[in-house]
Design a protein around this ligand. Structure first.
Ligand code: DUC
Ligand code: ZN
Ligand code: ZN
Length: 460
């Protein structure tokens, strides 16, 4: 064996039990109690530690491009290394179609770009920004794209689809046996609120939230749910932020619609108050941070299993690229970092403060995301024969989040100063130790492209 992990408490979505793991050739070869006389290059004593399957973050943006130009700070290399240090071993990023250009071409370029850089495994959603090239969908699906992202907003960046186009996309993707994933905000409302506020001279960060009130999300979710109902497609809702949005997901599930949804650590842990003060501009993302009552409602919907998974929407920008606080809200680039802190923050919130069980935590962060996008059980489980993507987690280790312990390429983070109990102390990816005690030590570019398969996706 290459590696044996002894005496840890194994957690997967089925339960917790004390066992040893033997790893060889990148796979879990044995799960056993007692001593099996295996020889291994390294034996790790994981007494009093938890053993999780690697986190699967299905919504990240590394080297985000706008009109072909990279605008976010991470590369696929730096982003996946920071991810690994946070216990993440699989990500799904996006191949954003440029309107009028073949999405297959965009997908191939994006994949080529990522392949040589990634430290962990990755896949891609394809964002459709026009209704041309629908004939490429079967090829994209055979290349491993399970999910087609759409935006109901960002018309000023040529990203949105109108209602007729959405309906056509849903019909076509359903026919080709894929799923759709939505960024849901009502475009004309955003434009109207935004332009009115700017005309009134209201430039501060808080007005970003005022320009996208709750109805903006609620209306768009309700509309696309209707399209999903009529076409029978699986709809996945990206970054749900409001009580209203999460209630709509609950009701749709009650009605038997095939719909799943995610929220992010920042919507659970931060609220509108972050927009006050000179650093408020850093926390601009879309949809915006909400109210305490939304945080509570989202929490409830995570606990009652309505919200299926946690993603980060990780999208890192430096202070300078966000304008150093000198720009009006509507000109600030949207997005925040989050991938490295997601597991410890959600562990602290859900296990320490809200008494979720460890299998529930793993379900949210690893198994369900892998199931929804057809990567399970190869990812998101601890089973014999699956990829040895493993996090050794110390549930008692106290950490204060400071720039020194993070691996981002920028000097700020929305969670700086927070204290959490519980931290990943080792990340193993395909049998290689990538991170140990807060240091990235593993091979830098051994990650691989994963084919997602909607046919293998499980109803969650
Ligand atoms: N909003 C998006 O739609 N994408 C990336 C980051 C953000 O805040
Ligand atoms: Zn989005
Ligand atoms: Zn996003």
């Amino acid at each position: 064996m290459d590696l044996i992990i002894k005496n840890g408490i194994l957690i997967d979505n089925n339960g917790c039990y004390q066992a040893n793991l033997a790893i060889a050739e990148g796979k879990i070869k044995a799960i056993f109690q007692g001593n099996k006389n295996f020889q291994a290059e390294r034996v790790i004593d994981a007494s009093k530690k938890m053993i999780f399957p690697g986190v699967v973050d299905t919504h990240v943006h590394f080297q985000l491009q706008d009109l072909g130009k990279i605008i976010s700070t991470d590369t696929f290399a730096s982003g996946t290394q920071a991810a690994a240090c946070g216990g993440v071993t699989t990500v799904i990023d996006f191949a954003d179609q440029t309107r009028g250009i073949s999405p297959l071409k965009g997908f191939n370029e994006r994949k080529k770009n990522a392949d040589s850089q990634v430290a962990i495994d990755y896949s891609l959603h394809v964002s459709k920004t026009d209704i041309e090239f629908l004939d490429e969908i079967p090829t994209l699906i055979s290349e491993g794209v399970a999910s087609f992202k759409f935006f109901t907003t960002y018309s000023w960046r040529n990203l949105d689809l109108n209602d007729a186009e959405l309906l056509e996309l849903f019909q076509e993707v359903k026919k080709c046996r894929g799923m759709v994933m939505g960024h849901c905000e009502n475009d004309s409302m955003v434009i109207n609120y935004r332009d009115t506020l700017i005309l009134e001279g209201k430039r501060d960060s808080i007005f970003h939230a005022h320009s996208r009130p709750h109805i903006v999300e609620e209306e768009a979710i309700q509309r696309v749910m209707l399209f999903a109902k009529k076409t029978g497609i699986h709809l996945h809702l990206a970054h749900i932020t409001t009580k209203e949005g999460s209630d709509l997901l609950y009701q749709a599930k009650q009605q038997g619609l095939f719909v799943t949804g995610e929220t992010c650590p920042h919507y659970l842990l931060l609220n509108e108050r972050e927009y006050k003060g000179p650093e408020g501009y850093l926390n601009l993302m879309s949809p915006p941070l909400r109210h305490v009552k939304d945080q509570q409602a989202l929490l409830k919907r995570v606990i009652d299993n309505t919200i299926n998974q946690i993603t980060t929407d990780h999208c890192e920008f430096s202070r300078a690229s966000k304008g150093n606080g000198e720009l009006p809200f509507h000109q600030v680039l949207n997005g925040i970092p989050g991938i490295e802190t997601s597991l410890p923050l959600i562990h602290d919130l859900m296990i320490n403060k809200h008494k979720l069980t460890y299998p529930q935590l793993i379900s949210l962060m690893s198994s369900k995301p892998a199931k929804i996008f057809g990567l399970y059980p190869q990812k998101g489980s601890l089973r014999i024969g699956t990829d040895a993507d493993i996090v050794i987690f110390d549930p008692c280790l106290e950490k204060r989040i400071t720039p020194e312990i993070l691996h981002y390429s920028i000097d700020w983070n929305p969670f700086l100063g927070r204290k959490v109990i519980g931290w990943p102390i080792m990340t193993i990816f395909r049998g290689h130790i990538l991170c140990e005690n807060g240091k990235f030590i593993g091979p830098q570019n051994k990650g691989r492209y994963l084919k997602c398969s909607y046919k293998k996706a499980l109803r969650c």
